[in-house]
Design a protein. Structure first.
Length: 422
């Protein structure tokens, strides 16, 4: 019994629900619990990895709704970055007087390697990243999400009526209609959630700017007042750590914001972004030829660098030569197309409409499969039996309820097609 309970505990502890709850509690704990430098490096690396995975998932998704958990994941990623900002700020203010490695190796690497230890260059790059994230990407994706959510909600009644019409005509069955309604509802929920989730991204950009200012001013004050550092000594440590912290937090934020804009701006389709780019841009010969000619002219102008322009132009010319030539169909080849259109018109003329059987409310128990009714299944078996034994193809029979009929009455209304009854 004890062994079974231990195995059951291990299974429950490794379940996705428990792991997600532990992650949430860990993020909340980062807000109040100090962590060592090594733990901060691991968490910052995880934040960068999560942002990369989110971006690639949004890039390779065939439809926006294929990444339906993106709004919730966006909230989790934003909360994780803010918690890491607080943890790094705590380390910078407490241990900044010890040297450039006071807040971990990742922050030090971003401060030293990315901007070369130049505080002015680091601050300028940080402000540029915040401006791109806040003004360009976040504002644009928020507007797209707002318009998409509004148009999706406005189009829902028309889509529902179209599904009901196809279901009534027998073009689709109940399972297909249920799946299409679910897709419409999922699409509306996705765009509505993304409309609100973009507010988290905008707030994250503002919070990152404020936290960086607090780190810069607070670090100088703590270094000079509490650790008796001169202004030059404090300025050589705290601003460098602040710039590294700001860059290491804004890089994942910019990647996730780009992923949000990419997921929202994608049109509904069944192919990924790379295939669409190749088919719609690189697959057009005239576009490649004109672009290559334009780059060739720029490369031959006096004062312009020749090698980059001519290299790209040569690559585009090579891509054009690798594309198969489009051969126009001859008049002889167009005759089978005409014959095929005539066959399609004949099949349309021989189209058989679905039969409709209306029952009164007293017979609903017989036709409702949820209540144990077997009439629809018996009708299917009868149609199959007649087709196998007699060679008669009976059209599909759709059974619906009609409250205007009597309690036990059954009626098959007249079938109408192309405006005429028969």
């Amino acid at each position: 019994m004890a062994a079974y309970q231990l195995a059951d505990f291990r299974r429950d502890a490794l379940s996705p629900e428990i792991l997600v709850g532990v992650v949430f509690l860990g993020i909340v704990a980062l807000l109040v619990v100090p962590i060592p430098n090594a733990a901060l490096d691991i968490l910052l690396a995880m934040s960068i990895a999560i942002s990369a995975m989110v971006f690639l998932t949004a890039l390779f998704s065939e439809r926006p709704t294929d990444f339906s958990i993106f709004p919730t994941l966006l909230l989790i990623a934003t909360l994780l970055r803010l918690a890491l900002n607080i943890a790094s700020t705590r380390l910078i203010l407490l241990n900044g007087h010890e040297g450039p490695d006071a807040a971990g190796q990742i922050i030090q690497s971003f401060a030293q390697f990315v901007v070369g230890g130049n505080v002015g260059v680091g601050i300028v790059i940080f402000l540029i990243l915040v401006t791109i994230n806040f003004v360009v990407i976040t504002k644009g994706s928020g507007r797209i999400a707002e318009v998409a959510a509004r148009f999706t909600l406005d189009a829902m009644p028309g889509k529902q009526m179209a599904i009901d019409a196809e279901l009534a005509s027998g073009a689709i069955n109940d399972v297909q209609a249920r799946e299409r309604r679910g897709e419409i509802e999922q699409q509306a929920n996705f765009y509505g959630a993304m409309d609100g989730a973009n507010k988290f991204v905008r707030g994250d950009a503002i919070a990152g700017l404020i936290i960086t200012a607090v780190n810069l001013l607070g670090g100088l004050a703590v270094g000079m007042l509490q650790h008796d550092l001169s202004i030059s000594e404090a300025a050589s440590v705290y601003p460098v750590l602040t710039v590294g912290d700001g860059l290491v937090s804004q890089m994942p934020a910019l990647v996730v914001s780009t992923a949000a804009g990419l997921a929202i701006s994608r049109a509904s389709g069944r192919s990924d972004f790379g295939k669409q780019v190749i088919a719609q841009i690189l697959g057009v010969r005239n576009v490649l030829l004109l672009t290559a000619a334009f780059l060739t002219v720029l490369g031959l102008l006096p004062g312009f660098p020749t090698l980059p322009f001519l290299t790209i132009a040569g690559a585009l010319f090579y891509a054009v030569t690798r594309q198969p030539a489009v051969i126009a169909p001859s008049p002889v080849e167009s005759e089978p197309v005409a014959e095929e259109s005539e066959d399609n018109a004949l099949m349309e003329a021989l189209h058989v409409d679905a039969l409709t059987l209306e029952v009164g409310y007293g017979l609903l128990a017989l036709v409702d499969e949820g209540r144990g009714g077997d009439v629809p299944e018996r009708v299917k078996k009868l149609r199959r039996q007649m087709a196998q034994e007699l060679g008669i193809l009976v059209p599909p029979v759709r059974v619906i309820d009609n409250l205007q009929l009597g309690c036990g009455r059954v009626r098959s209304p007249a079938v109408r097609r192309r405006g005429r009854s028969r």
